[in-house]
Design a binder for this molecule. Structure first.
Ligand code: NAP
Length: 315
């Protein structure tokens, strides 16, 4: 039986692995389909503290993994297909690895930005298409960008992008925005934001090197047009990667794991959650890493018996 298994290798899981390996808890880290998580999809990371000139996302993740390995964390490649939390220890069915039983489990499987699934979108990620304005907005200084979506994220990111871009165009598929009134008003009051409501995005246009436009269809007239821009930010929501839990952990209505505020405790004793799988608000590498550290400390206490029978008291 393992002491602690960590699911996921984004900043949350790898930080937990570093702390637990240094504490000689012999963590086993299961790397899923996308080792390194969302940061491997970005280029330069300029806001992770400690890197004066920035660092490439994949390099940052590779360094975190090597740091965890240096202290003895074991990495295994596999895909969790089933979990069983019905007894005091936890059982995982992992494709290619069989059944793994563990005293404590840290779920740090992250979230995936939803994509539109239109031509030109996936192939231009990193060449003008982004799902993170906070990460990539800076690269569009003085340029024209589009933000797709009508929710709070789209409004917040549109406002944020006006700090850098010369024009920000919001494209939304309906006439009414989903965002809260306050967020809508803030965006509507911003003179740099132009609106394209009731427009369905059809295709991201590129010249082969970078994005040059977005083709949209007007839903009332069916007319198509190309909006010429340099960047497309897709802000149509995220999906937490929790399907494999099959409803065995308490989540909110959108699937994010619920933790007791100020801890990483889930409703299952010995199961902890950190990073984007439990955070729909901040979603930053540094906040994920911070909660990864918390999960390591919480799980260490649990294994050492400091958090014992009465789990609810410790929540
Ligand atoms: P969201 O509220 O689900 O909004 C997603 C938006 O994308 C909607 O306007 C939706 O259109 C559009 N959309 C979805 N799929 C689409 C598709 N295939 N094609 C075109 N458009 C599509 O997601 P979110 O904005 O990321 O917000 C998620 C949660 O975080 C919300 O609870 C939000 O309040 C919260 N949040 C809060 C803050 C804050 O308070 N500062 C900031 C960000 C997010 P429809 O409207 O037509 O469905």
């Amino acid at each position: 039986m393992e002491k602690v298994v960590i699911l996921g290798t984004g900043p949350a899981g790898l930080t937990a692995a570093i702390y637990l390996a240094r504490a000689e808890m012999n963590p086993v880290v299961i790397e899923g389909m996308e080792p390194g998580g969302q940061l491997t999809l970005t280029t330069e990371v300029e806001n992770y503290p400690g890197f004066i000139d920035g660092i490439m996302g994949p390099e940052l993740m590779e360094n975190m993994k090597k740091q965890a390995e240096r202290f003895g964390a074991q990495f295994k490649r596999g895909w969790v297909t089933k979990v069983d939390f019905t007894s005091s220890t936890h059982k995982l069915e992992v494709s290619g690895l069989g059944e793994i039983e563990t005293q404590a489990l840290i779920v740090s499987t992250g979230a995936t930005a939803k994509l539109l699934d239109i031509p030109g979108e996936k192939e231009n990620i990193g060449k003008g298409v982004s799902t993170c304005a906070t990460c990539d907005g800076f690269f569009f200084r003085g340029k024209k960008v589009i933000i797709i979506g009508g929710g709070d994220s789209a409004m917040e990111e549109a406002n944020f992008l006006t700090k850098f871009a010369s024009e920000v165009h919001v494209v939304h598929r309906r006439d009414n925005l989903r965002a809260s009134k306050i967020m809508q008003n803030r965006a509507k009051d911003n003179p740099k934001i132009k609106w394209h409501l009731n427009q369905t995005p059809l295709e991201v246009i590129s010249d082969g090197k970078s994005v040059t436009g977005l083709k949209v269809k007007d839903n009332s007239t069916n007319e198509e047009k190309v909006i010429e821009i340099d960047g497309v930010f897709v802000a149509i929501g995220h999906l937490p990667n929790t399907d494999f839990l099959n409803g065995q952990i308490d989540t909110d209505e959108t699937g994010y794991i619920r933790v007791t505020p100020g801890t990483t405790n889930t409703n299952i004793p010995g199961v902890f959650a950190c990073g984007d799988v439990q955070d729909k608000k901040y979603r930053q590498a540094i906040t994920a890493a911070g909660t990864g550290c918390m999960a390591a400390l919480d799980s260490e206490k649990y294994i050492e018996g400091e958090i014992t029978q009465d789990w609810s008291q410790s929540l």
